[in-house]
Design a protein around this ligand. Structure first.
Ligand SMILES: Nc1nc2c(ncn2[C@@H]2O[C@H](COP(=O)(O)OP(=O)(O)O)[C@@H](O)[C@H]2O)c(=O)[nH]1
Ligand SMILES: [Mg+2]
Length: 245
């Protein structure tokens, strides 16, 4: 084959290549990309934060709120030694609600198990006994808020048992908690100094350094509302959940 013949063969080959229908190739590429996109989205969704944790001291009414919200029931007594898990459904969307037992031994362990998948934390307060229990309530709330794993979470403090005449208002509870959280922060800071904990291991300092503790200084969004599980007054909770789903 001389040079001219050779170039003719090459020309013919290119012509044939140009005649190949490229549509199926493009289609295959697009379908492939679609599959990759769906895979990435599904992986992201499965690892995203989607749970809502109900927490607070024992007897504050967490299980009563859980039962009212998910089963439209108000139980007289509901002893929970293990977490209750249920689905909250609204407008075609769902969210997992986890009622964490209040006893401190199980509470911390259970909270640790769910904190990394939590989108929201609902902290329930007994509005009748709050004054007597203020130190324990502030301590529990401080522990949760200063845990680095809850920084992406939104918080809702529910002042429950508002049906009772001796219940304190949301305004009083918020103010008392702010004052007590300030004391808890001071005590914890001094303890860490005595123990000589270095900066890297130090839990997050809550609020602004050198300023009295205020909930508005927190990194997390935190809202306070009144409710009554007994009377079924949970509209602030359902509104908050519906916004978060
Ligand atoms: N009056 C009144 N009592 C409540 C309310 N919510 C819960 N309780 C009562 O408080 C007690 C503790 O409630 P429970 O849901 O078991 O608290 P938990 O330990 O936080 O789960 C029970 O006797 C409930 O009947 C409420 O809104 N109003
Ligand atoms: Mg309970």
């Amino acid at each position: 084959m001389n040079v001219e013949e050779e170039s003719e063969v090459v020309d013919k080959k290119w012509k044939k290549f140009g005649e190949i229908n490229m549509t199926p190739v493009f289609l295959a590429a697009v379908i492939g990309l679609l599959f990759i996109a769906i895979f990435v989205i599904l992986r992201k969704r499965s690892s995203a934060r989607r749970d809502f944790l109900l927490t607070g001291l024992s007897e504050s009414g967490k299980s009563a709120i859980f039962m009212r919200l998910l089963h439209k029931k108000y139980p007289d007594t509901y002893v929970s030694v293990k977490e209750n898990v249920g689905e909250y459904k609204s407008g075609g969307l769902t969210g997992k609600i986890i009622d964490i037992p209040g006893h401190y031994r199980v509470r911390d362990k259970c909270f640790d198990q769910y904190k990394r998948t939590a989108k929201g934390v609902i902290f329930v307060v007994d509005s009748v006994t709050i004054q007597k229990d203020i130190r324990d309530v502030a301590d529990a709330l401080y522990t949760i808020l200063s845990d680095g794993a809850t920084i992406p979470c939104s918080f809702l403090v529910l002042c429950n048992k508002q049906d009772l005449a001796t219940a304190k208002s949301v305004k009083v509870i918020k103010h008392s908690l702010e004052k007590e959280m300030n004391l808890v922060r001071g005590t914890r800071g001094r303890k860490l100094e005595v123990l000589g904990v270095n900066d890297a291991n130090k839990p997050t300092h809550l609020g602004k350094i050198g300023k009295d503790f205020e909930f508005t200084h927190l990194q997390q969004n935190i809202q306070f509302y009144e409710c009554s599980a007994k009377e079924g007054q949970l509209n602030h909770l359902t509104d908050w959940l519906d916004r978060m789903l």
